[in-house]
Design a protein. Structure first.
Length: 161
């Protein structure tokens, strides 16, 4: 019975290379490193300019592999949606960007499987909280105002869509 080896790495979306850490780790596992890298780049190209966590499951005896792409951090997805290069160093007082509430819902849908929330509304609330810590406003409002609007049901249609 062959033993599956998991290789975990953080790669640049669409720009993984056969250099360290992947190449040096995958090479001894007897898989086609070039093919693995090509598949990783294909699967992560939508996350360009972001660090993407991946897991490569390798069966060295069969020389086969399977690639699992995780979603980038919530903060990275929000920063990309806001079109800024990084979050605020003084979140809560200085804001670096703005996103529409629809973008918050989009990020929540991407992250829902990796968050601990029991409802999708709570997942959205977690993403709104991340906006606060990144210094990103939502529809020109700070996160505390958006929490109140969520509680009032103002975004129920967008959240349930």
């Amino acid at each position: 019975m062959s033993k599956i080896v998991e290789v975990k790495a953080l790669v640049d979306g669409g720009k993984a290379s056969a250099g360290p850490p992947l190449g040096s780790t995958l090479g001894p596992l007897r898989v086609n490193v070039k093919e693995v890298i090509a598949q990783i780049n294909d699967k992560t190209k939508e996350f360009a300019n972001m660090k993407v966590p991946i897991v490569v499951k390798v069966d060295p005896e069969k020389r086969s592999f399977e690639i699992e792409v995780k979603t980038p951090q919530t903060s990275m997805l929000l920063i990309k949606e806001a079109g800024v290069t990084k979050g605020s160093g003084t979140a809560g007082t200085d804001y670096v960007g703005n996103v529409e509430f629809a973008s918050v819902v989009k990020v929540a849908k991407m992250k829902k499987d990796s968050m601990f929330s029991t409802t999708f509304t709570n997942t959205v609330r977690e993403v709104v909280g991340t906006c606060l810590s990144c210094g990103i406003t939502i529809d020109g409002k700070n996160a505390k105002e958006i929490f109140s609007e969520i509680d009032a049901g103002n975004f129920d249609k967008l959240i349930s869509a």
